[in-house]
Design a binder for this molecule. Structure first.
Ligand code: ZN
Length: 325
């Protein structure tokens, strides 16, 4: 249990080790004056279910003491236990409005999203590799129906947070939020800032099918945290962050370094999204295609916003040039 002198809440972290670069999946019991909330709900599976129950019992709580679930964003490693909890104990589930169609796997929304990626990968010259990814998304539409969250969802504005404020941190996901306590400088930030890895800005369409400037949003989200008197950040993965200002500076510097490298690749002749991605990432382009293209397209949009590069469309494909040339 973590409790600071002036805090209006008590936090009970649930940290479950997981293989791979995430290290742990973290979610939190949050006890306020009148509520026992769960901030995020782990991944699906017994390991997470046992960890939740263990932390509840260890602190003299039961599942039926929970009064609500607050989701930081719609990704599967943050909402895995929602339906299992709600099936046994029917409590409200709060999330950002933009999370609803994603959590519910709304068919019309997902179909529009697949069309978005089809156009996107064509415009960025991704050819067969792009087609393979679109086919994967089409298969997932069918195969992942069972992952839809069935529990009713309530807008985050209605969550009884008693002294904590909700901050919107788009970038990693359009619906990502954090919980902030001004009096103590404590932030529950989910994936906006992670100690041991940089959080990916994942390309996503908005509800109208337009591309969100996700890297630009990530930078904005990090800068908005840096402008707060933030002391401690509890993340969705890995360790508690004790020096968030220094880590934010490091993450922002890294984003700028990557941008500089992309400009130099463009100056050397890489011109389409695929060419830039392949010269930056080599064979990782094929192996981690969607992550690589998110990174590259996010950077290209961001550099264009800053006036450092330009693009023209030729035969349906964007071609980039450096502004200095
Ligand atoms: Zn996560």
């Amino acid at each position: 249990m973590i409790e600071s002198q002036t805090s209006t809440f008590k936090l009970y972290p649930i940290s479950v080790p997981t293989p791979g670069s995430l290290k742990t999946v973290n979610f939190y019991l949050l006890s306020t004056k009148n509520q026992l909330l769960l901030f995020d709900a782990g991944w699906t599976g017994d390991k997470y279910w046992h960890a939740l129950n263990h932390t509840l019992h260890e602190n003299q709580f039961e599942l039926k003491d929970l009064t609500g679930i607050v989701l930081s964003h719609h990704h599967i490693d943050h909402c895995g236990l929602v339906d299992q909890i709600v099936a046994q104990h029917n409590i409200p589930v709060y999330a950002h409005k933009k999370a609803f169609p994603r959590l519910q796997r709304d068919e019309a929304f997902l179909k529009k999203r697949i069309q978005f990626f089809e156009t996107l990968y064509n415009e960025f010259d991704c050819g067969e590799r792009g087609e393979a990814q679109v086919n994967h998304l089409k298969r997932s539409l069918e195969n992942n129906r069972h992952l839809a969250v069935e529990a009713g969802l309530s807008p985050i504005e209605e969550a009884p947070l008693e002294g904590l404020s909700v901050l919107h941190f788009p970038g990693h996901a359009p619906d990502q939020i954090g919980l902030w306590e001004d009096s103590t400088g404590v932030l529950l930030g989910a994936d906006v800032l992670i100690q041991h890895i940089s959080s990916n800005a994942l390309i996503e369409p908005d509800e109208y099918g337009n591309r969100l400037p996700t890297l630009y949003q990530s930078v904005d989200s990090l800068k908005s945290i840096a402008s707060l008197p933030v002391q401690l950040v509890y993340s969705g993965h890995g360790a508690v962050i004790h020096d968030p200002q220094a880590l934010i500076k490091k993450r922002l510097n890294r984003i700028d370094q990557k941008g500089d490298k992309i400009i130099s690749l463009i100056e050397k002749g890489a011109s389409t999204g695929r060419e830039i991605a392949q010269s930056y990432y080599g064979s990782t382009y094929d192996q981690q295609f969607s992550l690589v293209m998110s990174e590259i397209i996010g950077q290209l949009d961001y550099l264009e916003t800053k006036g450092q590069i330009h693009k023209v469309m030729r035969n349906g494909v964007y071609r980039y040039s450096a502004a200095g040339l």
